[in-house]
Design a protein around this ligand. Structure first.
Ligand code: ZN
Length: 150
């Protein structure tokens, strides 16, 4: 288990140092901003949808290693997937990070996202790991036909 832990830590550190899809999409079809006041993590998630398919997803922001690595791995996992896939991955991810610390880890289709299983031992870190996903949810729910009055 400690080998697995080390591997998980390495993946998180790597994605923190070299986050994937760390950029804006201009213009995005949808975007949303997220903030985790417990840690100070801030993120903007950008989406370009083609019908039901997430053609491109990217993020910008600043925060701790967990929040950044989570956004990086999330964007990697979601590119080319459908909104339905994103919803079920979010459900699985959420289930994993909020499960009791002594429960078996059900990684299901999470693949690399399973590296965040360790955060359930640290309730504050659960917010860091989930921030990108909640922000994605908000971006998906944002109507792209709404124009700003500003
Ligand atoms: Zn954080």
């Amino acid at each position: 288990m400690s080998d697995l832990r080390e591997l998980y830590q390495e993946v998180i550190l790597d994605h923190n140092k070299r986050p994937r899809n760390f950029r804006a999409i201009a213009p995005p079809s949808q975007k949303a901003e997220g903030y985790n006041p417990l840690c100070g993590d801030r993120i903007t998630v950008y989406l370009r949808l083609n019908g039901d398919v997430i053609e491109d997803v990217a993020f910008e922001g600043s925060g701790c290693a967990i929040s950044k690595a989570s956004a990086s791995l999330m964007t990697d996992a979601l590119k080319g997937r459908t909104i339905g896939d994103a919803d079920s991955l979010f459900a699985e991810f959420h289930h994993m990070v909020t499960a009791p610390a002594d429960a078996a880890v059900e990684t299901g289709r999470l693949n690399k996202l399973a590296v965040f299983a360790g955060v359930r031992e640290y309730p504050v870190r659960v917010k860091c790991a989930s921030l990108a996903w909640h922000t994605l949810r908000a971006a998906l729910e944002a109507k792209h036909d709404v124009v700003s009055t500003e």
